[in-house]
Design a protein around this ligand. Structure first.
Ligand code: PMV
Length: 286
């Protein structure tokens, strides 16, 4: 068989990361950035080319495609390890390529069920949020469960500027760090859950929404997943007209998301500071 491809989208979490692992709701939207896998036949064990040093990458390919006979090449527009769901996008891309190879048509639920164990290779207790958004697209309120609860939200018209700290965050370690502080931090996690409900109710009011994102950032800092670089980028965005700014994803580095009406001043300030930055916006489910 010739080459087959599969694509998985990344995501941006608007509110509720980390708390979602512990049963609170979160809201996230799909990014148009993502990962494509190109799968071609080969002799011998299934393997991924062009990425070295992490045995979980080959293992993921074998889980999705089978132990033998496939060579995988990756192309990704997502920054890796920056909180934009690159491991979930990879898992979903592999599952979709595997389905094409086998001539299967998978429902969204089936794609989710196959991709989640693959994401689990990369960090041990994913909430499922990244995989769910990667599969479904759009903007969704998500609560973990088996099956998870996904509530599609009306697509708002604002955009965000994404600013990259240039540092990788280790999602598994950060999730473990938050978990290790329970039950002492449970009131903070519950407040993040309540904030998520307020965010859903204020989705079209950028001023109110910005204030909620700022509070979410302060709470994430309290549970120890912010960093000096993240705080600096939030301040830069707020000083240039952003309505609110927070880390998105696991934190510890990664990217910051700043809610804006006009992205130009934040983009210009980022450029002047040598910080990679780009815009993103929620899209209707594709
Ligand atoms: O850093 P990312 O893109 O893997 O996002 C992690 C989001 C968390 O809420 C911290 C973990 C999870 O599984 O939901």
């Amino acid at each position: 068989m010739n080459e087959v491809t599969g694509f998985g989208r990344g995501k941006l979490i608007l509110c509720g990361e980390h708390a979602v692992v512990h049963g609170q709701p979160a809201i996230a939207f799909a990014s148009d950035l993502g990962t494509t896998v190109h799968v071609s036949p080969c002799d011998g064990p299934t393997h991924v080319i062009g990425v070295d040093g992490d045995p979980r990458i080959d293992e993921a390919a074998r889980m999705a495609l089978g132990e033998q006979g496939h060579e995988v090449r990756l192309s990704s527009t997502l920054p890796l390890g920056r909180g934009m769901g690159s491991s979930a996008a990879f898992a979903v891309a592999l599952v979709r390529a595997g389905a094409t190879l086998r001539g299967e048509t998978l429902s969204e639920q089936e794609q989710y069920e196959r991709a989640l164990p693959i994401e689990t290779l990369f960090h041990s207790r994913p909430s499922g949020l990244d995989v769910a958004i990667s599969v479904r697209g759009g903007i969704v309120r998500f609560t973990k469960g088996n099956p998870p609860v996904l509530e599609p939200l009306p697509c708002p018209s604002w955009q965000v500027v994404v600013l990259d700290t240039g540092k990788k965050g280790d999602t598994g370690k950060l999730v473990d760090h938050v978990t290790s502080q329970r039950p002492g931090i449970d009131p903070i996690l519950a407040r993040i859950g309540a904030l998520t409900d307020e965010v859903a109710a204020q989705l079209d009011d950028v001023e109110a929404l910005g204030a909620l994102l700022d509070e979410n950032q302060r709470l994430l800092a309290q549970v120890g997943v912010s960093s000096p670089e993240i705080e600096e980028l939030c301040e830069l965005a707020l000083a240039h007209g952003a309505h609110g700014a927070k880390l998105t994803g696991a934190g510890g580095g990664g990217v910051v998301m700043a809610l804006v009406t006009d992205p130009a001043p934040v983009l210009a300030a980022a450029k002047a500071a040598g910080v990679p930055a780009w815009t993103a916006k929620p899209q209707e489910q594709s």
